[in-house]
Design a binder for this molecule. Structure first.
Ligand code: ZN
Length: 275
C-alpha cells in the first residue's frame, strides 16, 4: 500500500481554486486539474464553480463556468469535450470532430462515462460530486484518458475498461500508464446497505478486504477497489497516485452529493495533451 502516494497540490489564482496531482504535473506534454467549489459565477447551493446540476443553476452560469475552466487551461471553450455520465462503463474515443461537444454544441452520443484521446489540444472533461475521477496518461504513446467512476462504474470495472480501451485503440502498454484519482468519498463516508456490498463481494471475493461492516451497513473503500482493479489490469503500483481527499470530509472545499444532501453543484476533472 506504501506505493499508493497520497498527494495533491492546491492552486489559487484569485478566487479560483483547483487541484493537480504532482505525479502528472511533471509532464510537459500534459495539462490536468480538478476543480473545487471556488472560482465560478454560480450562487446559492451551486456556488460558485458548478459544471452541472442543471435544475439548480442557470445555463448561462454553467456555460460561463466552463469558459473559466477553458481559460484556466489556456484554450477556447470549443476545445472542451464532455461525457454524458449515466454510471456506465462506456468509453468514447474522442477525435478532433468531437471538439466542443457537450459544452458549446450538443453531443451526438449518450451514456458515456469515459473519454480517451490522442488528439492534442482537446480537453476531456468529466463531472464529479463524490464519485471518483480516474486520470490516465501514457507518456510513451502520448494518449490520455479520463473517467467518471461512481460505485456502479467501480463495481462494473470502468477503470480496467479504460486500460483495455487505451491498449486496443492506441497500443498502450498498461505498465507505461500513469494513473491518478481525484477527490471522492472515503471509506468512512461511503456507507451502503448489505445488498450493494454483496454485489461487490459476488463480483470478486477479494473486495471483502476493502470493506468493513458496521451494524447492518457496510463501508467500502472504493479507491482501494479501483487501485486493485487497475493493478490487476497491469498498471504498476508505483504509477498509481491518489490525491487522498474525500469530498464529504472536505465539503468546505468540494461539492459533495452526500455531504450537501443532494443540494450541490458538480466539479470538473479535466485533462489535455499539449504540443
Ligand atoms: Zn470522508
Amino acid at each position: 500500500m506504501e506505493a499508493c502516494t497520497l498527494a495533491y497540490q492546491l492552486h489559487q489564482e484569485g478566487a479560483r481554486q483547483y487541484l493537480t496531482l504532482p505525479a502528472l504535473s511533471g509532464y510537459a506534454g500534459l495539462r490536468h486539474l480538478f476543480t473545487t467549489r471556488y472560482g465560478g459565477v454560480s450562487s446559492g447551493c451551486t456556488a460558485s464553480w458548478n459544471f452541472g446540476a442543471w435544475s439548480l443553476d442557470s445555463e448561462a452560469n454553467i456555460l460561463r463556468n466552463y469558459e473559466i475552466l477553458a481559460e484556466t487551461l489556456g484554450v477556447a471553450p470549443n476545445r472542451l469535450v464532455r461525457t454524458d455520465q449515466t454510471h456506465t462503463t462506456n468509453i468514447r474515443v474522442v477525435t478532433e470532430a468531437d471538439a466542443g461537444k457537450g459544452i458549446t454544441r450538443p453531443r451526438d452520443y449518450s451514456d458515456v462515462d469515459g473519454l480517451v484521446t490522442d488528439v492534442k489540444g482537446i480537453v476531456l472533461v468529466t463531472g464529479h460530486a463524490d464519485c471518483n475521477a480516474l486520470y490516465f496518461y501514457d507518456p510513451v504513446k502520448a494518449v490520455i484518458g479520463l473517467a467518471h467512476s461512481g460505485w456502479r462504474g467501480t463495481l462494473n470495472g470502468i477503470g480496467a475498461a479504460m486500460v483495455e480501451t487505451m491498449r486496443m485503440q492506441y497500443g498502450c502498454n498498461p505498465a507505461d500508464l500513469v494513473a491518478g484519482l481525484g477527490p471522492a468519498l472515503c471509506q468512512t463516508c461511503f456507507e451502503v446497505d448489505p445488498d450493494v456490498a454483496q454485489r461487490f463481494f459476488k463480483k470478486d471475493p477479494a473486495y471483502a478486504q476493502f470493506a468493513v461492516q458496521k451494524g447492518i451497513k457496510y463501508h467500502i473503500d472504493l479507491k482501494q477497489v479501483i487501485r486493485y482493479d487497475l493493478l490487476s489490469a497491469g498498471v504498476l503500483a508505483a504509477q498509481f497516485h491518489d490525491m487522498g481527499l474525500c469530498t464529504k470530509c472536505r465539503k468546505d472545499l468540494f461539492f459533495s452529493h452526500r455531504g450537501h444532501q443532494g443540494k450541490r453543484g458538480i466539479m470538473a476533472a479535466a485533462m489535455m495533451l499539449v504540443e
